[in-house]
Unconditional design. Structure first.
Length: 433
């Protein structure tokens, strides 16, 4: 039995190594030599390559278990093991490297099933899970580090707009997105092609905006309103001016149609249902509205909604009071009366259909933030993991935008802004139009 075990690739360090009669007997299958050999070869294949005797992927949990039993190796990620420096590598290892393609940090001890696609996406034409041909091409690079360098090169080229042909090829390889080479003068923003908006958002890089924002929102005219927690500020992105004081002490803000709304929900202002709600008729005149909330959002047509601390949803009746809307939410974003989105208490996105809420099932992760542009033509959500996803077809499909934040996201037809609550930094991606 020890000879059979070692012939299949096992070592004396394996916990199943048959160095006693009892262990040897436990490895025998149905009293058959052939079945026993087949079982040991199958275990060895899983331990070494992450596939069974038929070439089917075993999954990381099974490979980790087999590696300990057969080789005495404790695998911390799918790329650990005796073939890490030479290959071939399992499909799960290659997918793990694909998920981390833009990260220079050493591979860690992670659960690959919960690791997000922070860099290249599963839709990319070079994604390893798309075909065995892709896996073979990657495995030809040899070591884990060589494959990671190969994948990282694809990701880096997808972000580099200095060479259009190289970037376009990398965009297809990394994201499965086709971008068109511009001819003549740059097109006017916004692009009339939704896919171009997504492609440009992915291809661009984040730039930090000077200022300190605990929360911020972007309107259809590229104007940003920022709340520091005790002051509100505004600036135009087109004029590239500094933030101007809008007065008002707000912890959450929104802006569309030249009107700003917000909530003071900090310290002494926070009660059972939230804090006071304000609406600015101009940059210095904030009018308090009835009620209390933790979130308020306004559409380009003046449509106004809010959510209070218990999660109840309300719609402004246009006169002097709020109408309760069925459902529960943690925040709301209004593009106009026909484009109202919430993050439900279940961390999933919903859109208002006029009489009830429709659950959007295509979004890939639990979310904590949603933003809809005026007219509803652009959407962005922030996952509870801090990743950002954008949609140009009203939630029919989503594309991850590289980057990770702990705060908020806001979108219009030309820009995405995102920020961190932890250090009040604000960033923007724009599309070179």
């Amino acid at each position: 039995m020890t000879q059979l075990f070692e012939a299949a690739g096992g070592t004396s360090a394996g916990t199943l190594y048959p160095n006693t009669a009892a262990k040897a007997a436990a490895l025998v299958v149905n009293g058959s030599l052939d079945e026993t050999i087949d079982s040991l070869n199958n275990l060895g294949s899983i331990a070494l390559y992450g596939t069974d005797n038929n070439g089917a992927p075993s999954g990381f949990a099974a490979q980790k278990d087999a590696a300990l039993k057969f080789l005495g190796i404790v695998m911390s990620n799918p790329c650990d093991g005796p073939t890490s420096s030479t290959g071939p590598h399992s499909a799960e290892c290659l997918n793990y490297l694909w998920k981390t393609s833009g990260n220079a940090a050493p591979l860690g001890n992670v659960n690959p099933d919960t690791l997000p696609y922070d860099y290249c996406h599963p839709a990319g034409t070079e994604a390893p899970l798309r075909s065995e041909t892709n896996q073979q091409a990657a495995n030809e690079k040899g070591s884990v580090q060589a494959i990671r360098n190969y994948y990282n090169g694809i990701f880096v080229r997808s972000q580099d707009s200095s060479n259009f042909d190289a970037q376009a090829a990398a965009m297809r390889a990394c994201y499965g997105i086709n971008i068109s080479k511009p001819s003549g003068p740059p097109p006017a923003c916004p692009s009339n092609k939704a896919c171009d908006w997504i492609a440009k958002a992915v291809a661009d890089t984040w730039r930090q905006i000077n200022g300190s924002c605990a929360n911020a929102a972007l309107n259809e005219n590229d104007y940003v309103v920022c709340s520091t927690g005790n002051h509100a500020y505004g600036r135009s992105l087109i004029k590239a001016e500094d933030f101007n004081n809008l007065y008002g002490g707000l912890s959450q803000v929104d802006t569309k149609g030249g009107v700003h709304v917000g909530v003071s929900n900090f310290g002494q202002y926070s009660g059972q249902y939230g804090g006071p709600i304000y609406k600015a008729t101009n940059s210095t005149n904030w009018a308090q509205l009835p009620g209390a909330a933790i979130w308020a959002s306004i559409g380009v047509d003046g449509e106004l909604w809010c959510v209070n601390k218990p999660g109840s949803i309300y719609r402004w009746n246009g006169r002097n009071d709020w109408t309760n809307i069925a459902g529960g939410a943690i925040m709301v974003s209004v593009g106009d009366k026909d484009n109202i989105w919430i993050v439900g208490t279940d961390a999933r996105p919903y859109v208002w259909m006029g009489t009830d809420w429709k659950l959007i099932t295509t979004n890939p992760v639990p979310i904590k933030y949603v933003s809809v542009s005026a007219g509803g033509t652009r959407l962005a959500v922030m996952g509870t993991n801090g990743n950002i996803y954008a949609s140009a077809d009203k939630g029919g499909s989503w594309t991850q935008i590289p980057g990770n934040f702990d705060g908020y996201v806001s979108v219009n037809d030309k820009y995405i802004i995102a920020g961190n609550k932890s250090n009040s930094t604000l960033y923007i991606r724009y599309f070179n139009c």
